[in-house]
Design a protein around this ligand. Structure first.
Ligand code: NAD
Length: 354
C-alpha cells in the first residue's frame, strides 16, 4: 500500500502531536518539517528521524512535494499556507482549528480549496474520545425521542474553544445546516490575545431541521463543577422529548433516556484522539468516498456559524446563513465591543479574565 509523504509546518505543541502521530502510522512518513524557530526545528528533527527541514514553508513544500501538507501555526496564519500546500501539489491539507479568524480569510481559503479540488481536514479531533462517541451513539439510537435542542459551553475563550463546541453540536444534530444565528458578546481583554476573542460570547443557532442550538464560550459560561481542569470545563449535549445525553470534555458522559439513567468515563486525550484522526486521512486519500469526518465542508459550515455569531454580537439582531459577503469580524469586534468589564461565572475565571 502507498505510503503517503507529509510535510508538517509549525513545530509547536500541535505540530509535534501531528508529526508524531503521522510517523506512528505505517501509512504515513514525515518527509519534511518547518518552523521559523531554529531551536524548535532542530529539536523536532532529532525526534522525528531527521526529515528534510526548512524555515520557509512554501519552499520546503515545493522541494518535498508531499501528498499531505499539514500546518499547525497560530490562527493568524492560514491562507498563505493553504496556497503553499496547493502549489506543492499536495492532495490533502490538514490544518488546525479555527478555519480562520475572519470571513475575509475563510472565504478566500474555501475558494482556493474548491478551485483546486484539494481535500482538507480541520483538527476537531475531540470527537474521537470514547465519551464523545458514546453520546453520539445514544443520540443516534433514538432513545432521547425527538431531539429539539443541542448545547455547548466552554470556559476557555472563543478562538480556542468555540469551533470545537459548534462542530460537536452540529455532529449531534446530524450535520444539519444552520439558517440563522443571534448572539451577544462582552469583554475586550482577550481581543489582544494570540487567539483574539471577546471574553464572553453567548448565542443561539437555528438549525434547518428546527433544532435549537445554544452556545456559550468564555468568562461568563457556566462552570462545569464535575471537571477540575480549567480548559476541559466544556459541556456539550442534546435534549430530546424523552431525555438528554451530554459529554464533559474532561469528565465522561451521562444520559437519561427512555431506558433510564446511565453514565461513563472518558477524558480528552491527544494520544488516543490523534491516531484515528490521522488514519482517516489515509482512508480518504485511498478512497474519495470515505470522506473524513473532520472534512473542510462541515468545518466551514461551523466556521460560518461562529462568524455569524460575531457579526450579530457587533451589529445586533439575527444573521442569516450562509454568509454572502466578506468581513473582518475581529476588527469589527475591536471597533465596537463595549468597554465594560466582563463579569465572570466563577472566581477561578478571574485569572484569565481579570
Ligand atoms: N485541536 C486542538 O485540540 C488544539 C489544541 C491546542 C491548539 N490548537 C490550535 O493549534 C494551532 C497551533 O497551536 P499550538 O498550541 O501548537 O501553537 P504553538 O505556538 O505551540 O506552535 C506554533 C508554531 O508555529 C511556528 N510558526 C510561526 N510562524 C511560522 C511560519 N511562518 N512558518 C513556520 N512555522 C511558524 C512557531 O514558531 C511555533 O513553533 C492554533 O490554531 C490552535 O488554536 C488546537
Amino acid at each position: 500500500m502507498k505510503k503517503y509523504r507529509v510535510v508538517v509546518v509549525g513545530m509547536g505543541k500541535r505540530g509535534m502531536h501531528h508529526a508524531a502521530a503521522f510517523n506512528a502510522n505505517p501509512r504515513f512518513e514525515v518527509a519534511g518539517i518547518c518552523d521559523i524557530d531554529d531551536a524548535r526545528l532542530e529539536a523536532a528533527a532529532a525526534k522525528l528521524g531527521r526529515p528534510q527541514t526548512g524555515k520557509d514553508a512554501a519552499a520546503l513544500a515545493a522541494a518535498v512535494k508531499p501528498d499531505v501538507f499539514c500546518f499547525c501555526t497560530l490562527p493568524h496564519l492560514r491562507s498563505s499556507l493553504i496556497e503553499a500546500g496547493i502549489r506543492s501539489g499536495a492532495r490533502l491539507i490538514a490544518f488546525e482549528k479555527p478555519v480562520a479568524l475572519t470571513t475575509l480569510e475563510g472565504r478566500r481559503i474555501k475558494k482556493m480549496l474548491d478551485d483546486s479540488g484539494t481535500k482538507a481536514v480541520i483538527s476537531h479531533q475531540h470527537r474521537y474520545g470514547a465519551h464523545y462517541q458514546k453520546v453520539k451513539e445514544i443520540i443516534a439510537g433514538g432513545t432521547l425521542g425527538r431531539v429539539h435542542t443541542v448545547y455547548g459551553t466552554a470556559t476557555g475563550w472563543m478562538t480556542h474553544m468555540l469551533s470545537h463546541l459548534i462542530e460537536y453540536m452540529r455532529w449531534f444534530n446530524n450535520d444539519v445546516k444552520a439558517d440563522w444565528v443571534m448572539a451577544q458578546a462582552s469583554g475586550r481583554g482577550k481581543l489582544a490575545d494570540l487567539h483574539p476573542s471577546p471574553d464572553y460570547l453567548g448565542g443561539f443557532i437555528q438549525f434547518a431541521n428546527g433544532v435549537r442550538g445554544i452556545v456559550e464560550c468564555g468568562a461568563g459560561a457556566p462552570d462545569v463543577p464535575e471537571v477540575s481542569y480549567w480548559w476541559r470545563k466544556c459541556r456539550i449535549g442534546a435534549q430530546g422529548t424523552d431525555g438528554f445525553a451530554e459529554v464533559l470534555t474532561g469528565g465522561g458522559w451521562r444520559a437519561v433516556t427512555r431506558n433510564g439513567a446511565s453514565a461513563g468515563e472518558g477524558c480528552m486525550n491527544y494520544d488516543l484522539d490523534m491516531p484515528p484522526y490521522i488514519q482517516q486521512m489515509a482512508d480518504w486519500l485511498d478512497d474519495d468516498a470515505q470522506i473524513h469526518p473532520c472534512g473542510f465542508a462541515g468545518a466551514y459550515e461551523g466556521f460560518e456559524i461562529m462568524m455569524g455569531l460575531c457579526r450579530s454580537a457587533v451589529q445586533g439582531g439575527q444573521i442569516a446563513l450562509p454568509l454572502t459577503a466578506d468581513a473582518d469580524e475581529i476588527a469589527l469586534l475591536r471597533e465596537r465591543l463595549p468597554a465594560g468589564k466582563v463579569l465572570v461565572a466563577m472566581p477561578e475565571n478571574l485569572k484569565e479574565y481579570a
